[in-house]
Design a protein around this ligand. Structure first.
Ligand code: NAG
Ligand code: NAG
Ligand code: NAG
Ligand code: NAG
Ligand code: NAG
Ligand code: NAG
Ligand code: NAG
Ligand code: NAG
Ligand code: NAG
Ligand code: NAG
Ligand code: NAG
Ligand code: NAG
Length: 387
């Protein structure tokens, strides 16, 4: 049996391999003063296979967390992470993009780039889990789970297998829908899905697009919900879920028709300033990546019996339930877990009414900063780290 020491020696031998004139992975990592913490972690015995794979990889992009990124993660979090190989490997795989993406190829139009993450807990989509890449002025930013933002501090460090971009914060692994709804404070929707026994289906169906009404949107049609049967509510909720399509905001065409779990269709309309409407509702927060697809927050509850399309020049959606009146209590929220961490509200502010774009691109300048706890780094995955 190999001792830890010999595996360590093996890992560094792999790191030291050279290949023609391009720097090897090890040489490239060593060339940046910002990557000493990452190099230290990559020397862990449990990562030897991953490191060997990366060292001989072709056509990949490594998003390499800087020393600053490591410093912003507490020691307790790092310790728990390194003690859980499966989780650490998943996290690092998520930092490797499939394809060489030079910084010059990243524009102010969001791109959703596939990664090498394969762990089904965090990726249950055809083609693999993605990160959102977008440039704002000279800054290149990647958005990951919970809309966490990571900015490039050193771009285009070439190596034999592709290119490395140094980033200032770790990417966050996308979580299941139910936990993302909790973190995003979409408690009303979570409660409604639980009440109708749809939560598990929404968590475990691969390749979904979910239009998630805000809790206020449910509150605004409270009079309708008060008189609705559980079956009526399920009928409304399934109209918000598209099975078999992961629809990100970029590249979606005006007038796209999507068939929902309910069987009825939704229509996407794009406003002149890039705002996105689904039937009568406006997308207020786009592209929250989840393990099995993507969630877009909307400002109205959709009505399968009324597919009216809103005027896309408006700042807000229009109610789809004629005559509905608000109630004072927040529907469906009772007994639901409350958020212990939050999504990146700063990144979403540009999607608010009146902003020029509903994509996160417009918000790339507004970043979440500060230290990163276990919950913020791993979201619901934190639970695996402590097991
Ligand atoms: C060296 O590069 C060649 C072609 O670019 C590739 O086939 C080979 O696997 C590489 N070797 C190592 C050790 O990376
Ligand atoms: C974290 O660990 C480093 C290195 O072991 C140590 O220098 C630092 O003081 C620790 N920080 C905290 C907050 O414990
Ligand atoms: C990378 O993408 C290509 C298609 O562009 C695909 O054939 C290949 O399997 C992917 N590799 C991994 C490791 O996901
Ligand atoms: C690199 O990967 C990208 C994405 O998977 C693919 O489209 C491209 O053809 C690959 N290029 C080479 C040279 O393998
Ligand atoms: C780029 O990032 C720097 C540092 O985070 C920030 O000060 C600057 O305003 C950003 N520029 C743009 C155009 O977003
Ligand atoms: C990395 O390679 C690309 C093209 O292959 C080149 O444009 C870029 O300048 C290189 N980066 C560095 C730092 O040499
Ligand atoms: C969560 O949503 C509720 C209902 O809309 C709101 O009252 C509350 O302030 C929100 N909490 C946070 C932390 O944003
Ligand atoms: C992934 O999706 C499949 C259905 O396509 C489902 O059977 C499976 O349970 C899902 N896995 C997870 C971890 O949710
Ligand atoms: C989603 O679509 C797949 C494939 O068509 C199907 O097997 C699955 O039952 C559907 N899921 C739900 C929740 O309807
Ligand atoms: C939904 O749209 C599809 C494709 O546009 C169409 O074939 C289908 O008939 C529509 N279904 C309903 C219920 O309108
Ligand atoms: C999208 O289509 C709607 C009507 O179908 C139109 O009012 C709107 O201007 C179009 N948006 C763009 C960006 O062309
Ligand atoms: C979810 O629904 C079940 C019944 O289907 C109920 O027992 C449970 O209390 C609900 N949980 C929450 C958090 O609402």
């Amino acid at each position: 049996m190999l001792s830890k020491v010999s595996i360590l020696a093996f890992a560094s031998a792999v790191l030291a391999q050279t290949n023609g004139t391009a720097p090897t992975l090890a040489q490239a990592l060593n060339s940046s003063s910002q990557l000493t913490s990452l190099s230290g972690v990559l020397a862990l015995p449990g990562l030897a296979q991953l490191v060997q794979g990366l060292s001989s990889a072709q056509n990949v992009t490594i998003l390499a967390p800087s020393n600053e990124a490591f410093a912003s993660v507490g020691n307790e979090t790092l310790g728990a992470l390194t003690a859980n190989e499966g989780l650490l490997i998943a996290l690092l795989q998520y930092h490797v993009l499939n394809g060489t993406v030079l910084s010059s190829a990243i524009t102010n139009q969001s791109q959703f780039v596939p990664t090498l993450l394969t762990n089904e807990l965090f990726t249950n989509t055809t083609g693999g889990q993605v990160v959102e890449a977008v440039a704002s002025g000279d800054n290149v930013t990647f958005f990951s789970g919970l809309l966490a933002n990571s900015s490039v501090t050193q771009a285009d460090v070439n190596f034999t297998g592709g290119v490395i971009h140094v980033i200032d914060r770790f990417l966050v692994l996308p979580e299941v829908v139910s936990d993302t709804l909790t973190t995003a404070n979409l408690t009303g929707l979570r409660g409604a899905l639980n009440k109708t026994d749809l939560l598990e289906a929404v968590d475990t169906t691969s390749d979904v697009t979910i239009f998630a009404p805000s809790t206020e949107a449910f509150q605004n049609i409270g009079s309708v919900l008060a008189n609705a049967s559980t079956e009526d509510i399920a009928n409304i909720l399934t109209y918000h879920v598209v099975n078999g399509t992961v629809g990100y905001s970029s590249g979606i065409e005006n007038g796209t028709v999507l068939t929902t779990l309910n069987g009825a269709n939704l229509t996407i309309t794009i406003g002149d300033e890039g705002s996105i409407f689904v039937n009568s509702a406006r997308v207020t927060i786009a592209d929250i990546l989840v393990a099995n697809g993507v969630v877009h927050v909307i400002d109205e509850v959709l009505n399968p019996g009324n597919a009216t399309i809103a005027d896309p020049s408006g700042d807000e959606g229009e109610g789809a339930f004629p005559g509905a009146t608000p109630v004072s209590e927040l529907p469906f929220t009772s007994g639901q877990p409350t958020p212990t961490t939050s999504i990146n509200q700063e990144a979403t502010s540009a999607a608010a009414p009146g902003a020029s774009s509903s994509s996160t691109a417009g918000a790339a300048a507004a970043m979440k900063t500060g230290s990163v706890g276990m919950g913020a780094l791993l979201g619901a995955a934190a639970v695996y780290a402590f097991n």
